[in-house]
Design a protein around this ligand. Structure first.
Ligand code: UTP
Length: 297
């Protein structure tokens, strides 16, 4: 294993998306747009900005739109070219050139841990990045890509790294929570010694939640293979991480970036409003509209 570079990434996007039904019945939640760009395209762009060249997406039934999005559409390209719509043409040509993107079907939706295990032969004997396809960290184009920050920590220690987000106490029961000791003076890198999935506030070792981005050594697959179904009768990635921690160190990088979880209805709406307000083309008009709406309703 070469701890000086991480070139492969895995993006699981097979989940049912039950929090987003009925829409997620046939439309992958990862394709829900933030204004005009599917969430998963932003996730791929984050990976590419972080030095990733090869991506495996774990998909399944009702997720074909993801494949189509990342393959070229020559008819559409010709139409845009004939009509002189060069800006639109460049936007769609860029998508299929972002990285080498491969797809595999998760046969039965047995949980995130099971989904990740499908990447074993793609990953081989190298470290890899794992990015959840329904979540953004930070505003695209602003600041350093979070996956790239994790890769830097991985290159320093040669060990697993996860992103950590400080969450309010009343929300610890929604996430995997990490405890441990800070390595650096600025409390940015935590050497993790405890991981508890969805603890009550009393049991939680901290308020630091695992936040949708990871860099793993390839040995994670051995632990996943030995992880039985756990909570919700699913193979939990956190359970495999806990077993792995007995033999391999796990670090956490505390983020300053905000998490945008598109698989959650309220966050999806908030993200669209926030990102739209930041845009020059529609932001000013939307701001006036929201102010007026808030006064009227
Ligand atoms: P979630 O916990 O968000 O589950 O999965 P979900 O099924 O997608 O959505 P809800 O909770 O039912 O609304 C976290 C990530 O793991 C992937 C999802 O696609 C998402 O990126 N996942 C989950 C899989 O790829 N396969 C699974 O079996 C479960």
């Amino acid at each position: 294993m070469n701890p000086t570079s991480v070139r492969k990434a895995v993006i699981p996007a097979a989940g049912f998306g039950t929090r987003f039904l009925p829409s997620a019945k046939s439309l992958p939640k990862e394709m829900l747009p933030i204004i005009d760009t599917p969430t998963i395209q932003h996730v791929v762009e984050e990976a590419v900005e972080s030095g990733i060249t090869d991506i495996l997406m774990i998909i399944g039934k009702s997720k074909r739109a993801i494949e189509e999005h990342f393959y070229p559409n020559l008819d559409l390209e010709k139409e845009l070219s004939d009509k002189g719509k060069i800006e639109e043409l460049e936007k769609i040509q860029k998508i299929s050139g972002l990285a080498n993107i491969h797809f595999i079907w998760q046969q039965e939706l047995k949980g995130l841990g099971d989904a990740v295990s499908y990447a074993r032969s793609f990953v081989g004997n190298q470290a890899f990045a794992l990015l959840l396809g329904d979540t953004l960290l930070g505003v695209p184009g602003e600041g350093a890509a979070v996956t790239g920050q994790l890769i830097e920590v991985f290159c320093q220690h040669g060990q697993n790294v996860v992103a950590l987000e400080e969450v309010p106490e009343e929300k610890v029961n929604r996430y995997g929570i990490a405890g441990g000791d800070w390595l650096s003076e600025n409390n940015a890198v935590l050497k993790i010694d405890t991981l508890i999935e969805k603890p009550s506030p009393d049991e939680a070792p901290s308020r630091l939640a695992i936040a949708s981005r990871y860099v793993f050594r390839p040995e994670i697959f051995e632990y996943l293979a030995n992880t039985p179904r756990g909570k919700n009768n699913e193979v939990q990635l956190t359970d495999a991480m806990v077993s792995m921690m007995a033999d391999h160190a796990m670090y956490g990088l505390k983020l300053t970036e905000k998490r945008y979880d598109i698989g959650n209805k309220l966050d999806f709406i908030k993200t669209n409003i926030e990102f739209a307000l930041r845009r020059d083309d529609i932001g000013p008009e939307l701001r006036d509209y929201i102010k007026k709406l808030a006064e009227d309703l």
